[in-house]
Ligand binder design. Structure first.
Ligand code: ISL
Ligand code: CA
Length: 557
């Protein structure tokens, strides 16, 4: 029943807490988003992915849900949601919800019941195990530091939480749990939402017997992602979900799958798989991982262009004809694209933001724009721990600096400044008035002080802005089957300065050349023989010369 509209769509991600506050309590909300729909429409996006807005104690900003069928008070009411959805649809925008069903909040009624005893109707809704020799049942560590197990005195058992203790994992082995999930999905789909982004969906099937995970020397815990990702029943669960729910609606689905390979993506989202439409893979955002496995994602190293190209090229080539890519540089869990892959100094920020946008949007797949990316928003460059809010960042600091003493304070602060999720979570920069036009009250989380110069008001009607450039990138995709469907040809994978590729479709070729450095260099891809330059981030074109962060796209007929 799918019409595959997602293949020529561009998605705009809204982190509701930080998008627009309408009632001046300092927290973004649904009426605020509704007011700003014309902005998203003006950019040209087709679909909005909304991070979780359900009832939640907000230990992990909504990724700990206590009631799947109601709206978190600070975001508004169900009437506000219905109004948002109707307004979006009226304006030709679709709306994707975040589906967080690997775990719930510990405040969810199912867990409140489950924890009471070993024999209540909800006893098997979560993953409970007896202690082994008086301690945790295995060596799994949580993604948010510490053990993945917490002891419940009432049951004299441990429950599993791959994330925080307030995020107990649901037991997908229990058919009742699966039916609960399908039922809540139908609740939202029957309201008319246009699909789901599925949170860590490749973690829902745990390995039989919950064996210990591989553990690095001197590490406190085993690597839970290696132990749990792409578990034995994942295919079966997703097929069942597709059969019982997804296939009955004309929707779009994207599964967040940390650690997945192109082979996994084809297995779960391939055109013949009858499961999901696409995955969020993590390869290109995990390249600078710390060589010390105990430090995992925490590092302050720039990514090597050769590695970045290899990762993206592999996904382009392997999925072509078999599955569909999700294209993203950043989201609410990743630092800002221009700071991470470009250059956020005043001199090169706009040029490099446009260069990155071009490099990504000319690939095959569905592009995702994270709020503020279209303005070239930057990392916040915090220098003190008390400026951070995110539990992943704070827990990691406490474990690595205070408890394990593997890194010192300045080093960890430099890791956080480089890669903390909080970089993406500062409030949206609308204008240069008080609190960037986000709220009249003190925002829940400090603004990036550069909002006085980097903001939407300064960019929307300015033809040279990053915003206007993103508008053109999105419009190009809407007009071009070559950009949507063309096959990918990798060029010069060992070039350490330039990311170049071609796309081919029905006798036409698109050539994309991006200079990732602040140097002027030359590269000859016979661009002089092109029909014309389709887009570029410098006004004129100097042929084989590539100025700092220059990007250009040519059409060959
Ligand atoms: O970022 C990670 C690996 O690089 C991991 O922490 C993890 O895979 C990732 O954070 C998963 O993210 C999703 O689920 C989390 C939530 O906190 C994130 O915001 C969400 O995107 C738990 O629900
Ligand atoms: Ca509010």
């Amino acid at each position: 029943m799918s019409t595959q509209w997602w293949k020529n769509s561009v998605v705009y991600q809204v982190y509701p807490r930080s998008f627009q506050d309408s009632n001046n309590d300092g927290i973004g909300d649904l009426p605020g988003l509704t007011q700003r729909l014309p902005y998203i429409k003006k950019l040209g996006a087709d679909v909005i992915w909304l991070n979780p807005i359900y009832k939640s104690p907000d230990k992990d900003n909504g990724y700990d849900i206590s009631d799947y069928r109601n709206i978190q008070d600070v975001y508004g009411s169900m009437a506000d949601f219905d109004h948002l959805l109707a307004s979006a649809h009226q304006q030709g925008l679709k709306l994707l919800m975040d589906l967080v069903v690997n775990h719930t909040s510990d405040q969810h009624d199912w867990f409140q019941q489950s924890r009471q005893s070993r024999d209540n109707p909800y006893a098997d809704y979560y993953i409970w195990r007896d202690p082994v020799d008086g301690h945790e049942p295995n060596n799994w560590g949580s993604f948010f530091s510490g053990s993945a197990w917490t002891f419940e005195p009432k049951r004299q058992q441990y429950y599993l939480h791959l994330f925080a203790p307030g995020q107990p994992d649901l037991n997908w082995e229990n058919p009742k749990v699966r039916q609960e999930v399908y039922s809540l999905m139908k609740f939202w789909l029957d309201k008319g939402v246009d699909g789901f982004r599925m949170d860590v969906i490749n973690l829902i099937s745990k390995p039989a017997g919950l064996p210990d995970a591989p553990q690095a020397p001197n590490a406190l815990y085993g690597d839970v992602q290696a132990a749990v990702a792409d578990g034995p029943k994942l295919n079966a669960y997703l097929k069942e979900m597709n059969e019982q729910v997804l296939s009955h609606y004309d929707i779009m689905t994207v599964g967040e799958m940390p650690g997945s390979t192109p082979e996994d993506a084809i297995a779960y989202t391939g055109f013949d798989a009858h499961e999901l439409n696409m995955v969020f893979q993590f390869e290109h955002v995990s390249l600078s991982a710390n060589p010390d496995p105990r430090l995992g994602k925490w590092n302050d190293q720039p990514v090597k262009l050769v590695d970045l190209k290899a990762a993206l090229s592999r996904w382009q080539k392997e999925l072509d004809g078999h599955g569909w890519n999700s294209l993203y540089w950043n989201n609410h869990d990743q630092p800002r694209a221009v700071s991470r892959f470009g250059n956020d100094s005043p001199k090169y920020r706009e040029l490099s933001a446009k260069m990155l946008g071009t490099t990504l949007h000319m690939l095959q797949g569905t592009p995702y724009v994270y709020e503020g990316e279209e303005l070239g928003e930057t990392n916040v460059h915090y220098t003190r721990l008390d400026q951070y809010e995110d539990l992943e960042s704070i827990n990691a600091y406490n474990q690595l600096v205070k408890q394990e003493k593997i890194v010192d304070d300045p080093t960890m602060l430099s890791y956080l400044a480089n890669i903390s999720r909080d970089n993406a979570r500062t409030p949206m920069q609308w204008d240069n008035t008080t609190n960037a036009g986000f709220s009249k009250a003190q925002p829940w989380f400090a603004l990036n002080p550069n909002y006085t110069s980097i903001n939407a008001a300064a960019e929307v009607d300015q033809p040279d802005s990053v915003f206007s450039y993103y508008q053109r990138l999105i419009a190009l995709r809407h007009d071009s089957d070559l950009i949507v469907h063309g096959t990918y040809e990798e060029l010069d994978p060992n070039d350490e300065q330039v990311f170049a590729y071609r796309r081919h479709y029905q006798g036409q070729t698109l050539l994309v050349i991006s200079n990732f450095t602040d140097q002027t260099i030359t590269r000859d891809y016979q661009q002089d023989q092109a029909d014309h330059r389709v887009i570029g981030n410098y006004a004129d074109d100097l042929g084989t010369t590539l100025r700092p962060y220059e990007t250009k796209v040519y059409l060959f007929k």
